[in-house]
Each structure stands twice: as structure tokens, then as C-alpha cells.
Design a protein around this ligand. Structure first.
Ligand code: SF4
Length: 342
């Protein structure tokens, strides 16, 4: 474990006691109140949640009323908050609490995390704030604070980073587990601000913070979004002229494989009739089109699925470069993706 972590507990608790904001759901440790506020806050800012929270509790003051609410009335109360599945899950969980727990709110992390719409973070928040169970509640704010304290370059968007931070926090959870978790979240919202703008001078943890000491607050936390892989289907032509030369062309100067050479190709897979039309547009009059092989090539963010066709052409239109196979091997860089088709 990082050596800084154990030292943050006391200063954080003291700071939280002196600086915590007065929020409606902090007036008591009633799990119903903490639960509703945590769910509302998942996708919405605190200022926006205030009005909704008050209205919601006026209409549905407890688990029982929530479990019996008419669906339309529930949606009306949620209207404008978005992500309506959150509201539907609230009602489902309320029904479960009525039916399986006799209307008494479950008190442990293990039970809470099984309820609809309650994930690890919310279960940790309710269990620690309301029942002082020593479990962490790790959200984006907490990940940011801990990454900076530790000077960690781990990508905070990865599940394994969250898991590792949760595991480390577990080992330092104090008796006042709820205050500790809320303190971390509050520090993240008020002091250890995102986007390279933390207010380190007024931070109670600066003496134990690697990012502060090493001037890394702008770089941390590391947030690298996983790029979605894309698939591209391609029809590739191995066009030979009567003298045995083959047609190649230069790829554009920018983008993937820029400036290299390639076999003529088009996006997508096509029927023979369509292939003939494409070739005609290139002023290639094919005698025949023979499917030769298919291959896959994996780039960093894109997978090419290629079908190759051998075409015997009558002429040699000038917009292609016509080369012998020896010349191709010696003088024209042909990416591996195309070499697979030769
Ligand atoms: S010293 Fe700065 S970077 Fe470190 S935890 Fe405090 S606010 Fe965040």
C-alpha cells in the first residue's frame, strides 16, 4: 500500500468536521434519505438535486410510500432529472425492502448491494454513512483524490484501478467510516477539483500528497478512455495486366498507413456485378474476377476484414502505378495488411 494513505485519515476527518456543507440529506442519518439523495446525485449536480429531493420527500416520505407509488406519479416526480431507470429501480428496491425486510432498511453492504439500482458505490455510501460499516465508497471524486495523494499514474477509468483503490481504502477505514467516505467525496468536490485546478494551498492533505509535492496535479488523475474498435470490410483487387505487371496506388499523405502503397480497394463487400461496375469506373475492363482469399488485419483501433479478387485487365489506366512483382518487392512499401493477400 502507498505510504501516504494511512496519514490522511485524521486530517481528513478534522477537515470534514469543520468544513462540511449543510445538505438536506445530512440532517439525519436516515438511510432512506441518504439513498434517495445518492441516487439523484449519480448523474446530477448538487444544486439541481436540492429542489427535486425536497419535492420527492414531500410526496414519498418513506420506503412504504415509495413502494406503493403510481408509476406515472413517480415519473412526474423524476421528470427533468433524466435516466428514468433510476426512479424505476428505486420503486423496485422499495418493494423488495417491504416484502423481504418487512419495511426495515437493510443495514449491511452485502444486503444493500443486492437491491435493484444499488451498486458498490451507493451500497458503500449508505452502509458507511448510516451504519458506520467500514466499507469504502469510491466514486470519481474519491479516485481523483487518491490518485493525486499516491501520485498514481493508473488509469482511473479502468475497473481494476477502482478495485485496487477500494482494497487499499478498506485497510485504513476508521471507526467513523461514514465521515471518512463523505470527507473524501467532499474534498474532491470542494478542494481537490478536477481538470488541473485543485486548491492545494487550502488542502488539509497537502503534506501527504505526492501530486502536490511533485507538481503533478495537472497530469493526475490519468483518464484514458478505451477507444471503441471499429470494423471495416474491404474488397481488394489484385489486378494484373497482359504483361504481368500489377496495379498499385499510393495511399493518402495523412491517416492510417499514410504515404505507403496499396492494392486498389473499396469499402465493403460486393457482388460480382458491383465489382465489375467499380472496375469499369476505374477504366479496367476485366476479363474475369476470381475470388482468391480473405484475410483479417488488426490495427490499433480498427480491424480490416478483406476479400481479395484476382482480376485480369486489358489495359493499364494511368491513374494506377503498374509494377512488376520484383519492383514491388524492392521499391514500394506495401503494408502487411495487403501483403497477406499476395
Ligand atoms: S494537495 Fe492538492 S492535489 Fe493533493 S489532495 Fe490536496 S487538493 Fe488534491
Amino acid at each position: 500500500m502507498n505510504k501516504n494513505l494511512p496519514h490522511i485519515v485524521e486530517p481528513l476527518l478534522t477537515w470534514f468536521d469543520d468544513n462540511k456543507r449543510e445538505l438536506p440529506w445530512r440532517r439525519d442519518k436516515e438511510p432512506y434519505h441518504v439513498w434517495i439523495s445518492e441516487i439523484m446525485l449519480q448523474q446530477t449536480r448538487i444544486e439541481a438535486v436540492m429542489g427535486y429531493y425536497a419535492r420527492f420527500l414531500d410526496a414519498l416520505p418513506d420506503v412504504e410510500s415509495l413502494s406503493r407509488v403510481d408509476d406515472d406519479a413517480l415519473m412526474k416526480l423524476w421528470e427533468g432529472l433524466g435516466y428514468y431507470s433510476r426512479a424505476r429501480n428505486l420503486k423496485k428496491a422499495a418493494i423488495t425492502i417491504m416484502e423481504e425486510y418487512g419495511g426495515t432498511f437493510p443495514q449491511t453492504y452485502a444486503e444493500l448491494v443486492k437491491l435493484p439500482g444499488i451498486g458498490e458505490y451507493t451500497a458503500g455510501a449508505i452502509a458507511s454513512i448510516c451504519f458506520d460499516e467500514k466499507v469504502p465508497a469510491v466514486d470519481g471524486n474519491v479516485l481523483r483524490v487518491i490518485a493525486r495523494i499516491q501520485g498514481s499514474k493508473e488509469n482511473v477509468l479502468l475497473p481494476q484501478t477502482k478495485k485496487s483503490v477500494t482494497g487499499q481504502l478498506k485497510t485504513i477505514m476508521p471507526q467513523r467510516a461514514g465521515a471518512f467516505n463523505e470527507g473524501l467525496m467532499e474534498l474532491g468536490e470542494l478542494v481537490c477539483l478536477p481538470n488541473g485546478a485543485p486548491l492545494c494551498d487550502s488542502c488539509p492533505l497537502k503534506e501527504h500528497c505526492t501530486a502536490y509535492k511533485k507538481g503533478l496535479t495537472e497530469q493526475l488523475p490519468v483518464r484514458v478512455k478505451k477507444m471503441k474498435r471499429r470494423r471495416a470490410d474491404k474488397s481488394v483487387f489484385y489486378i494484373t495486366a497482359a504483361d504481368g505487371r500489377i496495379a498499385i496506388e499510393r495511399r493518402p499523405d495523412t491517416g492510417l498507413l499514410s504515404g505507403m502503397y496499396q492494392l486498389p480497394n473499396v469499402e465493403g463487400f460486393h457482388t460480382e456485378k458491383e465489382l465489375r461496375e467499380i472496375l469499369r469506373e476505374w477504366r479496367i475492363e476485366p476479363t474475369d474476377i476470381i475470388f482468391t482469399k480473405e484475410a483479417k488485419h488488426v490495427f490499433t483501433h480498427i480491424d480490416w476484414y478483406m476479400k481479395a479478387y484476382h482480376v485480369t485487365a486489358k489495359g493499364q489506366p494511368e491513374h494506377f502505378i503498374w509494377v512488376t512483382t520484383d519492383k514491388l518487392k524492392d521499391s514500394y512499401p506495401l503494408p502487411t495488411a495487403f501483403q497477406k493477400l499476395l
